[in-house]
Write a protein that binds this ligand. Structure first.
Ligand code: NOJ
Length: 498
């Protein structure tokens, strides 16, 4: 638990703090009985330093000797030993750790307790195939593959990575200071991924998602192509990477993000939109509570798979976590001055179920991370019983997206301005919906007819509107004139066209 599950000491067991293998088996049955799927997080880049493979590798017991990335380092003219290169861990500081037992350095892209596995070892590759097979035989429906771009490093580890002149930092311990040409997206990574795809495809309907934060051209390589299939999709993190704060959210910016993905995605592939996850701040805090419903409309009604994070359906906010309470190793490694810029604890606090003590998350009197003090207002029970709420809108969107027009319908963009982002979804001779979002921090009135780059009907029926919109014109079911649409700050409307 050095990185809360991303440091695995046994790839085919359940950590007792979460339950037993019997519990897992009944979980998967329960999920399948309800017509749902279970996708496992697979962490192939590194294990825990407590994995028995690592101990055996330290002791140079074959075949484990080469299961990790070992190197003697270099000795300078003063006789002092240094790591073989300047590579920096994602969690800051040198990516090499000296091991007394083996008298060599080992490479770790993340914590020193997360040594990188060596995919140049054939035995290791076989071992990881067995891990995938183990879970596939248990009936899991696919994998989210963690930190995939780091899977292999360049073979010659004497090579330094170049300093990034545009990084804005001269801190050599900051991973942003280097251009990661030798530690990311190496050719061998795609070969290994392809072999996993082939293995997974021996089973029916299994999905493979790749976690890759990289520039768009490299990200797209993880889709592969028809003759060389890889992931079903690499995560589209551009809603996170390109929207850092409220003022970044404009009609143009949202359109640019859609285009960035759609224009670069290989033909015939399926898109996805990641709004949040356990490594990034919550939407309501990063971008603004006013935008919660509008962005959920964007996420759930565009073509492709929406990727969402627990609590986003309620508009949960980041929780303040003091330095003393901070547990995330990434936050801890940056120290009391900078932990708030790097810690992932604020978005990892307990799910806010109801208004009882501990937000209904536990009957115990304390939690691993503090419960957000706003839980009395922001919780699932309250939003379920309210007449209107983020949760009710989210549920309605989840239902709506199952309609054929949102599964197969083509997309077009009638009006894009600085304030407004809009799209239609339509079937050749059938349904047509129009989704309109106001990204501005103020009310905006818009003549959609006037601005549209293709003809729109005069009126449309309101299907959904965002929480803070209580105008009589936009009541659900009413006919709205597209000549004069008043949108609340950060608001969204889903309209059905005649
Ligand atoms: C990505 C995971 O999402 C993150 O939480 C973790 O720290 C790193 N990979 C390392 O496994």
């Amino acid at each position: 638990m050095k990185d809360f599950g991303y440091d695995i000491s046994n790839y085919t067991a359940i950590d007792p703090i979460f339950g037993t293998m019997d519990d897992f088996d009944s979980l998967i049955r329960g999920i399948h009985d309800r017509g749902m799927k279970l996708v496992m997080d697979f962490v192939p880049n590194h294990s825990s330093d407590e994995h028995e493979w690592f101990n055996k590798s330290v002791n140079q017991e074959d075949p484990y000797t080469d299961y990790y990335v070992w190197n003697d380092g270099v000795i300078d003219s003063n006789g002092t030993r240094h790591p073989p290169n300047n590579w920096v861990s994602e969690f800051r500081g040198s990516a090499w750790e000296w091991n007394e037992g083996r008298q060599q350095y080992y490479y770790h892209e993340f914590l020193k307790e997360q040594p990188d596995l060596n995919y140049r070892s054939e035995e290791l590759r076989k071992e990881m195939e067995n891990v995938l097979t183990f879970w596939l035989e248990k009936g899991v429906d696919g994998f989210r593959m963690d930190a995939l771009m780091y899977l292999l490093e360049v073979e010659d580890v004497t090579l330094d990575e170049p300093v990034d002149p545009d990084s804005g930092t001269d801190d050599p311990d900051d991973p942003d200071s280097l251009v990661h040409i030798y530690t990311t997206n190496q050719p061998g990574t795609f070969q290994v991924l392809h072999s996993w795809r082939q293995l997974i495809d021996q089973y029916d309907e299994k999905m493979l998602m790749a976690e890759v934060y990289s520039d768009v051209n490299d990200v797209m390589r993880y889709y592969g192509n028809d003759t060389y299939p890889l992931a079903d999709f690499p995560f589209n993190f551009f809603l996170i990477e390109n929207l850092l704060n409220r003022t970044d959210v404009t009609g143009y910016a949202l359109k640019d993000i859609v285009d960035l993905w759609m224009d670069n995605m290989p033909a015939g592939k399926w898109p996805n939109w990641v709004l949040g996850n356990h490594d990034n701040g919550r939407i309501a805090s990063r971008l603004g509570e006013d935008l919660v419903d509008a962005l959920n409309m964007f996420d759930l009604l565009l073509p492709g798979t929406p990727v969402t994070y627990y609590g986003e359906e309620l508009g949960m906010e980041n929780t303040f976590v003091s330095w003393e309470e901070t547990v995330d190793p990434e936050g801890c490694r940056w120290g009391p001055e900078h932990y708030q810029e790097h810690s992932r604890d604020p978005e990892r606090t307990p799910m806010q179920w109801d208004s009882t003590s501990m937000a209904g998350f536990t009957t115990f009197n304390s939690t691993w991370l503090p419960v957000n003090p706003n839980y009395l207002e922001v919780n699932a029970a309250r939003q379920e019983s309210a007449e209107v709420s983020h949760l009710k809108i989210y549920n309605a969107l989840a239902k709506l997206r199952q309609e054929e027009v949102f599964v197969k319908g083509v997309i077009a963009f009638p009006v894009i301005t600085k304030e407004i982002f809009s799209f239609t979804r339509s079937l050749a001779h059938g349904d047509m919906y129009l989704v309109v979002l106001n990204t501005a921090e103020e009310e905006v009135e818009i003549n959609l007819h006037h601005h549209s780059n293709f003809p729109l009907p005069d009126t449309a029926t309101v299907v959904l509107r965002s929480l803070h919109d209580d105008s009589p014109e936009t009541e659900i079911g009413s006919e709205l004139s597209l000549d004069d649409v008043a949108m609340v700050e950060g608001g969204g409307l889903v309209l059905q066209l005649p």
